[in-house]
Design a protein. Structure first.
Length: 350
């Protein structure tokens, strides 16, 4: 049910609230909604503009910037960072602008790797057989030498989060930890970027993903009930864990069945924590397992497509049942959690 001003007015007419209480409550909810991310037009413009600005200095940076040299890149990153922080302070000083303030602070954080890269460039650390590594490859290539940039970004983000406490700022932290899971592999086990796709690399991805997910759960239980600081950590933690797990090769049908069971468990965890990201990736994993069965085990069976159709229809029926009893199912699953965790999740704002 959507709460509207007419509903509050009706409650006042019915004597449940006074006219003054109705107006005060509506003003309070309106102020709270301005600082809660949603699909309102203003918020869409905030995030669109922010992602364009962030992408311009990260994903879409052209090779022409290499002409500035290491010192020039460091200076540019510093100036951008200062401007973004000043803008953050200016926005926070005005009510209802916490979301664009968080985006501005995030822009400051994403300038840190460019600044560190410029300093490394200046010291000649990126000279590789006469070729200078381009900063844009930070987002596309695996290399252990990115680790210093990633650690500096995490340190800067920790300080910024301590100062501002704005949820969107966790996004570069989650992305950097995800990058870290890939760049750690050649550092720990030697080799080149292809090492990440080895068995060692997949295990590192699973381990880092589990650690990120555990961190997200801690943040989820301890952070503000009205601000979601855990979303990005859950997203990239589950992505790293599920991606590493899904890339692992198993010649055993038992191993593949265990993979399916893990994905089913992820769906249950998503229900208990009210986090859809677990259900999305868990559902994909189950679908991959069913695809394996259809193409390998039952490829010549006439009954398998019929059975799979029945499973699909039963899944839809389960979805209908889930929608009608979602709160009760979540309560039953949360009963397995410690009392403190149950209380925190029960009062957390989604």
């Amino acid at each position: 049910m959507r709460l509207t001003r007419p509903l509050l007015d009706d409650a006042a007419v019915a004597g449940i609230l006074s006219i003054e209480q109705s107006g005060a409550l509506w003003d309070f909810l309106s102020r709270r909604e301005r600082d809660t991310p949603s699909f309102r037009s203003a918020h869409i413009l905030y995030y669109l503009g922010g992602m364009i600005a962030i992408g311009a200095m990260t994903l879409f940076m052209t090779l022409g910037w290499e002409r500035f040299g290491g010192g020039g890149l460091t200076l540019i990153a510093t100036v951008y960072c200062i401007i973004a922080l000043v803008l953050t302070e200016w926005l926070l000083a005005r009510p209802g602008l916490a979301i664009p303030a968080g985006i501005a602070a995030t822009l400051a954080i994403v300038m840190v790797p460019l600044g560190v890269y410029g300093a490394q460039h200046l010291l000649g650390l990126w000279a590789d057989g006469g070729r200078i590594q381009a900063y844009r490859e930070y987002h596309t290539h695996i290399d252990w030498r990115w680790l210093m940039m990633e650690l500096a970004t995490l340190g800067a983000a920790a300080i910024a989060l301590w100062r501002y406490r704005l949820p969107f700022m966790v996004m570069p932290v989650a992305v950097t930890l995800w990058y870290l899971s890939m760049d750690l592999t050649p550092f720990l086990f030697g080799g080149d970027s292809q090492t990440f796709f080895s068995d060692d690399g997949k295990r590192v991805s699973v381990a880092v993903g589990l650690a990120m997910t555990a961190l997200a759960l801690v943040v989820d239980l301890r952070a503000s009930r009205t601000k979601d600081f855990a979303f990005w950590l859950y997203l990239f933690g589950v992505l790293a864990f599920w991606g590493g797990l899904s890339m692992m090769n198993s010649n055993s049908e038992v191993g593949k069945f265990v993979y399916c069971c893990i994905n089913l468990a992820m769906i249950a965890v998503g229900a208990a924590l009210s986090r859809r990201v677990f259900a999305v990736f868990g559902g994909l994993g189950v679908a991959f397992y069913l695809g394996h069965l259809s193409h390998s085990i039952f490829k010549d069976s006439m009954l398998f497509p019929v059975a799979l159709t029945a499973i699909g229809l039963l899944t839809i029926a389960a979805g209908v049942y889930w929608q009608r009893h979602e709160d009760a199912i979540g309560e039953r699953l949360r009963a397995f959690l410690p009392a403190g965790a149950r209380d925190a999740l029960a009062h957390r704002g989604d």
